[in-house]
Structure formats: structure tokens, C-alpha cells
Ligand binder design. Structure first.
Ligand SMILES: [Mg+2]
Length: 364
């Protein structure tokens, strides 16, 4: 089998309102933008991959064609070696690698989780919020997601005194598993810069979470490459520490493990590793007594790519973005069907490859 075509489509979808994600400080997000990669083969099979986009995006179809045409999509390692060059001069290759697996699965007539040696496990979702909200509003929100059958919530914080929001939510819901994301690992710094925490502030925050109780992890309280500081923090607190969603390549996870930086490894297949390396990070987590719970907040293709790796590795949780107007329908606007949770659990699609279809009307 040979790759005969590489197309890139810039897609935009109005969310019907806006919210203020902590990862783009000062920028209300009302549009969902995606770069969709369509890889064609001489067998007629087509695979899809995707990466997040911003402000109209950039087109990489020509340089990607240069590296991909004539390659066999089954040769993931060989193609990754070529795409390592693309990582130097163009986009990260991970969203493109997803399309290879879509083709391999379609060719084999099997879903990706099965190619990875897994089964269609049910994974409990946690509602992932996107903005900092006053405690009173957030408590109401939590009531809504519990009514929808979801059994855990991840709160966003940006300032050390947001520990009070976490406390108030805990008081309102004493038995609810909580996760807390400080989003200090990276940011889209187009309007404002996020305020970084000092090591001392991160440690005090973590100790505050010890008091709150049943906090499953504190996510990215420090910049994403500060392996040593992460290790010091992890050593000094009982709250599990999570990170790695937007690191770039498996060597970062090797470093996290080597330095003892994290309890929860969170590589997003669409942003940080692709599918093959995500599966390798999951194995690394298993070997070192850590958890593998990937970030999933990109788009329908990225979500499903991560879901297949989670199912193959029995992840304890699945990040499920729920911050209206950012609903599952908005996340999955590029798919002909939304991948929703049922009573708080999600299972990967069972069709071949990613198991999802692109909404054709968007490509015309
Ligand atoms: Mg995060």
C-alpha cells in the first residue's frame, strides 16, 4: 500500500457563545478551529488525522506531501522517522500519525484499540471544565454534571487563592472525586501571559489540596519542562501530580519517569505523542506504578484517537470536556456523529480504524 495524496482542510465551527479557557488568557473562545489531515492511498482507503488550529491556521499539505507520498502507512516507525524532520520545519507530526492508524485499522477491518491488543473497555469520564468560575456558579455546574451521570469533575485554577473555590466545591460535594488543573505547563500567549507560580506557591497550593481531601491529582502547577521542580514538588506533597499533555515526544516522558516527576502521565496522542508513542507511554506508566490518563481536549478525531489508547490500556479516567458552550457536539462538529458518554462511561467506537466518519458536507 502506498500513500498517494495528502490534503489539509481548515475547518471552523461557531460554538454558539464563548468561554474563557485558562490556556488562552484574555481570549474568549467562541470558534472551534481544526486542521484536518486526509491521507489517501492507492487502495482507495483514506485516513483522517487532526490538530488544533488558531486564527485561520497554517497550511502544511505541501511539505507533508513531500515526506509522505509513496510511503506505506503500515510502516509507522519508518514514517515517524521521516516526520521527525517535519517536526523541525513544520507542525508536530502527531495529528498526522493518527491518520496512519485510521488507514491500518480500515485495512485490517479492526478498531485501533484491537490493533493495540485491547478491548472495548468502559472508561469512567470526568467532566473537564475550561475556565475559572466563582464557587457558587461552579457548585451549580457540578450539580448539573452529576445529574447527567458524571461522577468526577476537574476544576481550573490560575491563582493560589483559587484554593477557596476548590474548598467550597468540596464542602458542597463531600464525596465527589476532584481533579485540579492549574494550566501552568503551557499557554497560548496571544492576548495576555498566564501568571506562573513559584515553586513555593505550587507547594502551598498542593498542601491546601491535601486538606481538601480526595483530590485525584494536581495538574501542571509548573512549566512543562521543569522535570526537577516537579520531582521536588511530588516528593513534598501527598497529592498526586499530573502533567505532560503538550510535551513533544516520548523522550519527555522518559525524563518525567527518570526524575520521578509525575504520578499521572497525560500525553495527548493528538498533541504530544501520536497513537503508537502514547501506547508506549501507557506501558511505561504501568512498568513504573504510575497512571496513564491522557489529555483529550482537542477535537472529535483527537478525542477518539486517545480513547482507543485508553481502552487498550484500561485508563482509570477519561477527560470529557464539558464547559458550555463547549459541549460534546461542538468538540465533535467535524464528525457525522457525536461520541458521548452514557451514564458517566465512554467506550471507543467499534468500527474499523478510528471508527468515526467525517461530516462530508464540511469538506465541500
Ligand atoms: Mg491540563
Amino acid at each position: 500500500m502506498q500513500i498517494t495524496g495528502v490534503d489539509q482542510h481548515h475547518l471552523e465551527h461557531q460554538a454558539g457563545g464563548s468561554f474563557e479557557p485558562t490556556w488562552i488568557p484574555g481570549y474568549p473562545q467562541g470558534t472551534h478551529e481544526v486542521e484536518l489531515f486526509e491521507i489517501e492511498t492507492d487502495t482507495g482507503l483514506t485516513g483522517y488525522g487532526a490538530m488544533p488550529s488558531f486564527a485561520g491556521g497554517m497550511d502544511f499539505s505541501e511539505p507533508l506531501s513531500y515526506f509522505l507520498l509513496g510511503e506505506d502507512p503500515h510502516d509507522v516507525e519508518g514514517v515517524l522517522r521521516k516526520l521527525d524532520s517535519i517536526n523541525l520545519v513544520g507542525p508536530r507530526p502527531w495529528g498526522v500519525e493518527i491518520a496512519l492508524w485510521d488507514i491500518i485499522g480500515k485495512d485490517a477491518g479492526k478498531p485501533i484499540y484491537e490493533l493495540l491488543g485491547g478491548s472495548a473497555s468502559e472508561i469512567p469520564v470526568y467532566a473537564s471544565t475550561g475556565e475559572v468560575m466563582p464557587a457558587e456558579e461552579r457548585i451549580e455546574y457540578v450539580g448539573d454534571v452529576i445529574d447527567a451521570g458524571v461522577g468526577a469533575v476537574k476544576l481550573r485554577v490560575t491563582e493560589p487563592d483559587h484554593i477557596e473555590i476548590v474548598r467550597e466545591v468540596r464542602e458542597a460535594y463531600p464525596d465527589l472525586p476532584l481533579m485540579v488543573d492549574a494550566n501552568k505547563g503551557w499557554a497560548v500567549r496571544v492576548m495576555e501571559h498566564e501568571r506562573q507560580w513559584s515553586f513555593r506557591e505550587a507547594l502551598e497550593f498542593a498542601r491546601g489540596l491535601e486538606d481538601v481531601g480526595d483530590v485525584r491529582w494536581l495538574e501542571e502547577p509548573l512549566p512543562r519542562h521543569d522535570y526537577e521542580q516537579y520531582a521536588r514538588l511530588r516528593e513534598a506533597t501527598d497529592v498526586p501530580i499530573a502533567g505532560g499533555e503538550f510535551n513533544d515526544g516520548i523522550h519527555h516522558f522518559r525524563e518525567f519517569v527518570k526524575q520521578g516527576s509525575l504520578d499521572v502521565l497525560q500525553p495527548d496522542a493528538a498533541l504530544a505523542t501520536g497513537i503508537k508513542r502514547a501506547d508506549e507511554v501507557a506501558a511505561m506508566a504501568r512498568q513504573h506504578g504510575l497512571e496513564y490518563v491522557p489529555h483529550t481536549w482537542t477535537n472529535g478525531i483527537g478525542f477518539v484517537a486517545n480513547l482507543h489508547v485508553m481502552a487498550a490500556n484500561d485508563s482509570p479516567w477519561c477527560e470529557f470536556p464539558m464547559e458550555p458552550p463547549w459541549t460534546p457536539d461542538v468538540r465533535d462538529f467535524l464528525l457525522d456523529e457525536t461520541v458521548d458518554h452514557e451514564d458517566g462511561v465512554v467506550t471507543p467506537p467499534e468500527g474499523p480504524g478510528l471508527g468515526v466518519e467525517i461530516d462530508d458536507s464540511l469538506l465541500e
